[in-house]
Design a protein around this ligand. Structure first.
Ligand code: CR1
Length: 818
């Protein structure tokens, strides 16, 4: 029944915090503000962390363990103090210790800036996965970029998104450790010299025109129970001392140098795109920079144990490519093996194709990375040669499978022969990996069927599925302490490690007392969120209303604008019929739009304009309210998710690869209104059709409708309510004095062809909302459904996902750290 045994008791914790307040921060109990308390508390916890880290590294070294190396351009870590305390089991002791010092832990936790080194689902998934890897005591290291500025901070001014720089390290980060002893030098630009050896052999030598320094910063990753502490190693770029000397020697490169990217800018900022390709030279350099640093680091560690003997490399090392962002690691490893280690091509390729595995996270064509051949040629002149060689050998395989089929070769080639020749990073990733996975069942099927069908034919079994997951430590235990305590009492306290134990709640789903307790927790969480909403926006929301939440990046395929059309329909119904029967509802949004994504920003503006009008309209605001919470991020999600009654997962079927917010919300007892897309399908399988509101076209129906020539005007003219709300967007009703301010949305839905089928799904969506509204009237029934959602989320722990990777792809064994 008991949770973890705390590694420090209250008195020890208190003493440690005070010691750090004095000797780390140079202040004292009387002068310290919350920020100082946060730093002192973090320093006290970091002592435990570093002890665990030292033991783990020693154990892994002594056991010469095989390890997974998770390469990701993004790690959306959020805050670490609360998480680390929970994982060491010291949260409660710390809370009591601080209380005795007259300090409120909740306020202290609020001082920590989010580590927002990611955009959305892909980056947060990486963070959940390294949590699970440490918890399952698996030897693992995360590799990424030490961005000086993470994802922008969003402000809303006059309804519009304004981007402000994020500076998470401004006042120091208590968790990271700089490791100057492991600095790497990374070459860029220049030219390749071909040397002919005495025996006729050819040697290639890359003469770079620039060298940058990669400085590693380590963030310890504490597993639940605190035994294993792995590392997230993030590379920061700096000018190399070697830099000027090399330019000098290279002679003639001084001019070219001027165009070159400055060394320090490489790790300056995270590209704020989500599901769209950046296509910028600096972005490619970022990718190469962190991959090259990481590979050198991996090889250095391997050589320490195995010297120059490469024969055991594939036994010790597996590298997971989180999307195609790190795909350049494939030709980089080939370069090291062929040019540096002087292995023959076939041996080198055999090593590569046993080491790399690739996860695909999206089917959206605009997100599939392609780099101009000319750009790679300029920045990485040796890599483009290697890519051509990989492609040449690959195409002769294609020739064997489809003799004489040149169209097939053109389709599968790594090089796209267009006006501007491009390198297709997806194709390179599949060809250079031994396993490729999608992130939910349906997504993986579509990867096989639509994205890479010929690869599946060439290499049956290479394409597989690993359904995403989320860490229940952060996404239930830490963020929802009241629900966690209630669950502890029913199923025991070890559910954070064995999430399937939540099924033990199902037998209480009909129990009136338990229903009341469960709904009381939800109500308290709603009250807390209402206070947060008021603090952030000034809006007072009714906590008796249904809290209906849509939180995720703003993208047309995620269809926040479908949600908005439905809100407008409700508003209109209430205006036409003041007695229109609906349970009060608060629609709450959180979303950042990529700065260059005009329509996404217009949708944010529209949500805010509509919110302002509705919230000020006394005819309806006792039943309908709309809130857009600015600067959605991990720490805000942690406050919103426990308070949600309804989870909006309404993407066009076939577009959302998996989703992970859907899992977090359902785990916390929200009911999903959603399409049969991504992991929603698997959530529906787990909770049962009675406990979820499914609507809309299926993947096949979407395909059929598009094939038969979809015309949004058909729906517009057939559905007077839909027509009325769309036309509303063309007036100045929501933007007084500014007619047309919301017209771009109408335009995209009609003349723009409504690429994501909002109009086709509108009626079905509105109908699902009516069913949902009716269901909420029966509070006992609703409580039962909410409980069953929590009860049946066991499958979606990231521990299960990691276990799937371990068994089917990584073939890793745990290594216990004492
Ligand atoms: C997908 O859109 C998925 C996450 C994590 C996103 C989302 O459905 O849950 O990845 N893809 O797998 C992405 O960011 C660049 O692609």
């Amino acid at each position: 029944m008991a949770g973890l045994t705390p590694s420090l008791n209250k008195a020890e914790f208190k003493a440690s915090v005070i010691r750090h307040l004095h000797s780390t921060l140079g202040t004292d109990e009387n002068k310290a503000n919350n920020h100082a308390w946060w730093k002192a508390t973090s320093a006290a916890v970091q002592e435990l962390v570093l002890e665990g880290l030292r033991k783990t590294q020693k154990t892994h070294y002594m056991n010469d363990t095989r390890a997974v190396h998770y390469l990701s351009a993004e790690f959306l870590m959020g805050r670490l103090l609360s998480n680390n305390m929970h994982n060491f089991g010291v949260f409660t002791e710390a809370e009591k210790a601080l209380k005795e010092l007259g300090v409120n832990l909740t306020d202290v936790l609020e001082e920590e800036p989010d580590m927002a080194l990611g955009n959305g689902g892909l980056g947060r998934l990486a963070a959940c996965y390294i949590d699970s890897l440490a918890t399952l005591e698996l030897p693992a290291i995360g590799y990424g970029l030490h961005y000086e500025h993470g994802l922008f901070r969003q402000e809303i001014q006059n309804g519009e998104q304004i981007e402000r720089p994020d500076s998470w390290r401004d006042y120091g980060n208590p968790w990271e450790i700089c490791r100057p002893e492991s600095i790497q030098e990374i070459p860029l630009y220049g030219y390749v010299e071909t040397k002919y050896g005495a025996n006729g052999g050819i040697q290639k030598e890359w003469h770079p025109a620039m060298i940058v320094k990669g400085v590693p910063w380590d963030i310890p990753v504490v597993g639940y129970s605190g035994n294993t502490v792995n590392v997230l190693r993030l590379w920061q770029s700096e000018a190399s001392d070697y830099f000027n000397w090399d330019v000098f020697n290279a002679g003639g490169y001084v001019d070219a140098q001027r165009e070159n990217v400055q060394a320090e800018t490489i790790s300056k900022v995270l590209y704020p795109n989500d599901e769209t390709e950046a296509g910028k030279e600096l972005r490619l350099i970022q990718q190469y920079f962190f991959c090259a640093c990481s590979l050198k680091d991996i090889i250095r560690r391997y050589k320490r144990a195995h010297g120059d003997d490469w024969s055991r490399f594939v036994d010790q090392v597996v590298i997971q490519l989180n999307d195609t962002h790190p795909a350049i690691a494939i030709p980089e490893l080939m370069r090291i093996l062929v040019d540096r280690a002087e292995l023959d091509w076939d041996s080198a390729w055999s090593i590569c194709t046993q080491v790399f595995a690739y996860t695909n996270h999206t089917l959206l064509p605009e997100a599939l990375e392609k780099w101009p051949v000319r750009m790679i040629e300029k920045i990485l002149p040796r890599h483009i040669e290697i890519i051509y060689e990989i492609n040449h050998r690959f195409l002769s395989e294609v020739e064997k499978t489809w003799p004489g089929d040149n169209a097939m070769k053109a389709k599968l080639s790594i090089i796209e022969e267009a006006d501007e020749k491009m390198v297709r990073m997806g194709n390179l990733s599949v060809i250079g990996s031994f396993a490729v996975n999608g992130v939910a069942q349906i997504h993986s099927e579509l990867v096989k069927k639509n994205l890479f069908p010929e690869f599946e034919e060439m290499w049956p079994g290479k394409l597989t599925n690993v359904t995403n997951g989320i860490t229940p430590r952060r996404w239930l235990k830490a963020c929802n302490p009241k629900l966690s305590a209630l669950i502890d009492k029913k199923v025991g306290a070890d559910w954070p490690l064995h999430l399937n134990k939540l099924t033990g709640l199902a037998k209480h789903a009909n129990n009136k007392t338990f229903q009341k307790q469960f709904m009381k927790v939800k109500q308290e969480n709603k009250i807390a969120l209402a206070q947060e909403i008021e603090a952030l926006t000034g809006i007072k929301v009714s906590t008796k209303a249904i809290f209906d939440i849509q939180i995720k990046r703003l993208h047309e395929y995620k269809r926040q604008h479908l949600n908005l059309l439905h809100i407008l329909a409700l508003y209109r119904r209430l205006l036409e019929n003041p007695d229109y029967d609906m349970h009060p509802r608060v629609f709450i949004f959180g979303a950042k739009a990529a700065p260059g994504y005009k329509l996404a920003k217009d949708i944010i503006y529209a949500i805010n304009a509509v919110a302002e009008k509705i919230n000020a309209d006394s005819r309806v605001n006792n039943k309908l309210q709309v809130v857009f919470l600015p600067n959605y991020r991990v720490s805000l999600a942690e406050k919103m998710i426990p308070a949600a009654d309804v989870s909006e997962q309404i993407s066009t079927a076939g577009k959302e690869a998996s989703g992970t917010g859907n899992m977090k919300l359902s785990l916390n007892g929200a009911l999903t209104i959603g399409t049969l897309d991504g992991a929603n399908i698997e959530i529906a399988e787990e909770v049962g059709d009675d406990n979820i509101f499914i609507f809309g076209l299926t993947v096949d129906e979407v395909a059929d409708l598009k094939a038969s020539g979809y015309n949004p005007y058909d729906y517009y003219y057939q559905n007077p309510e839909l027509k009325a709300v769309i036309d509303w967007l063309d007036t100045d009703y929501f933007t007084p004095g500014k007619p047309g301010a919301l017209s771009s949305i109408k335009h995209s839905l009609l003349d723009g062809g409504d690429p994501y089928l909002c109009l086709a799904d509108f009626a079905s969506y509105a109908d699902a909302h009516s069913r949902l509204d009716a269901a909420y009237r029966d509070q006992q029934e609703w409580a039962k459904m909410a409980i069953l959602n929590t009860a049946h989320m066991g499958k979606f722990t990231s521990d299960r996902s990691i276990q799937d990777y371990v068994e089917n792809i990584w073939k890793l064994a745990p290594c216990s750290v004492k």
